[in-house]
Design a binder for this molecule. Sequence first.
Ligand code: F6R
Length: 263
Amino acid sequence: MEVIVRKDTKSAVRLTAQLMGDALRENPKMVFGLATGRTMEAVYAELARMCKEEALDFSLASSFNLDEYIGMAPENENSYRYYMNHHLFDHINIDKRNTNLPYGLAEDVEAEGERYEAAIEAAGGIDLQLLGIGCDGHIGFNEPLSSFSSRTRAKALTPETYAQNSPLFQRPEDMPLRAFTMGVGTVLDARRIVMLVTGAEKAAIVAKAIEGPLTSMVTGSAIQLHPNVVVILDEEAAANLTMRKYYDWVFMHEPEWESYRNL
Ligand code: F6R
């Protein structure tokens, strides 16, 4: 795992988008794993800008989102399909037929999980998985105690997640209590993981995920098992890290990061 701390949210976001853009330039047929949430809005705005101003070409790319609320129609403005169209897909030249989310209205919940897993496999697997982290340590909607080998399935959300996300609904009581989510095992199958975490409210949980013990109580800690992970933080989110000097040292000296230092 590599940990990169940037001076502010803006440069953390730019670095994240830059890594995604460079990966896409290298492999135009990238299969992205995508996340939603407040943190990612700025990343998607930056990718949209890069598409428009720097001719970043998504025409051959495809995507799989981590999660979707159960019982929510794609047209509902609180659905993650709506979020993705609104923040990203409507602003880049991706073929929407190649963008995938679990179907919130699926009648057979178990079959929907299996269908989604099969679709990821048929696409050749996920090349780059973008992750945020929830205040309870979740990745995707893998709430505490989710198995590290879990696959896409329905998950009951925690009261913490309800408190984190329900203010985003016009009527907070409309937030579903369950969601489809890729499993921790699904996430770990991605060839590369890029996690972005910003803001003081995430400092304690992200330190547990990066430097704490592996535990399904903090499903974000599972990324420690992955051989190709970069975690990008702003100063506020990095406040509780103990190995900070080492992270900065690596970023300053490893040739891989040379072109990213001035972002
Ligand atoms: C949503 C997802 C979640 C979010 C997490 C942080 O697709 O994957 O794990 O990344 O809940 O959300 P924000 O960015 O709103 O703090």
